[in-house]
Ligand binder design. Structure first.
Ligand code: OXD
Length: 309
């Protein structure tokens, strides 16, 4: 039995070290050196090149090296009986929470406007709103959304959340489904998107949604670029309806140098680093799932391929 490892950008040793530290007996093959393909029962990957999964006759599971699995679900060559398993590493949730706090506070304290005023050498002193009256709305109440909600609650923000299916979360005003969207948006001054990218959520951040937010709202997308209609965001910023946006994920990455987001004064771009996978913390979770699969048990955190997350 062997694991096939293919990272996205990390050198493979960045992952083999922590994995072997948890279990020195693992046989890890690094793409493209497969050895006997019959040996490979687990693919531990960001993804593989086209048709590669079909070359692994004894594949029992695909363990993702990231949290978002949209690109794996889109693969036609992962057989339906081979589970796709997401990473839910608590380090990633903590890292995303730091990013969320940084950027929510930036909008809450008007720093996006001070940054622009600095460029004009303008002494612009704005009133600071009381935190308990500041409404932050989180789209997506999974592991990341719930961790962010808890931290924002801790700072005193008025936190609400929207998810596809109803949820009850202490301290969060929860809305769900299509009917819950309008009341959720109407009260959201800082919108944080942490949704998975699925056929149901693609382009969900579009012009009508922005129009349903109160004037002066801000948007943070730290999930996937395919959730956002780029031109609609630019239009909502240009009209003055939105005050600013922070974006960490894009349809094309790296974000092309000629994309208007780079130069728009209302947009703050970060290079898809809100919550990177951390091999040192993820290795234990991955190896635990390898052991479960090899013992004939179901792995934890299997993705529902119909729902897309
Ligand atoms: C992930 C990511 O899905 O980094 O893990 O975007």
């Amino acid at each position: 039995m062997a694991i096939l490892l293919k990272t996205e950008t990390d050198p493979p040793e960045r992952w083999t070290g922590p994995l072997l530290a948890v279990d020195p007996d693992l046989d890890i093959r690094i793409w493209p050196d497969l050895g006997h393909v019959e040996d490979i029962d687990i693919a531990m990957v960001w993804d593989l090149p086209p048709d590669a999964y079909g070359r692994l006759p004894n594949l029992k599971a695909v363990l993702s090296l990231g949290m978002g699995v949209d690109h794996l679900i889109a693969r036609a060559d992962i057989p339906a009986n081979v589970p796709i398993v997401r990473l839910t590493d608590s380090w990633m949730a903590a890292s995303m929470t730091e990013y969320v706090l940084l950027h929510v506070l930036r909008f809450h304290r008007n720093h996006h406007l001070y940054e622009q005023a600095m460029g004009r050498a303008e002494w612009l002193a704005l009133p600071t709103p009381e935190v308990t009256t500041r409404h932050v709305g989180i789209m997506g109440l999974g592991v990341l959304g719930q961790a962010a909600a808890q931290a924002l609650n801790g700072l005193g923000f008025a936190v609400s959340g929207w998810s596809r299916r109803p949820k009850t979360i202490a301290g969060v005003d929860c809305f769900a489904g299509p009917d819950g969207m309008a009341p959720f948006l109407a009260q959201t001054e800082i919108l944080l998107c942490l949704l998975p990218l699925t056929s149901a959520t693609e382009n969900i951040l579009h012009g009508d949604l922005f129009a349903a937010l109160p004037a002066g709202a801000a948007v943070i997308n730290a999930a996937r670029g395919g959730l956002l209609v780029d031109d609609d965001l630019i239009a909502a910023l240009n009209s003055g309806h939105l005050t600013g946006a922070t974006l960490d994920a894009f349809r094309d990455e790296p974000l092309p140098a000629d994309h208007p987001f780079w130069r728009h004064p209302g947009v703050f771009v970060t290079p898809h680093m809100a919550a990177d996978s951390n091999p040192d913390t993820a290795a234990r979770e991955l190896v635990a799932n390898v052991r479960r699969i090899r013992a004939g048990e179901a792995p934890r955190n299997v993705v529902d391929r119909t729902d897309g997350y």
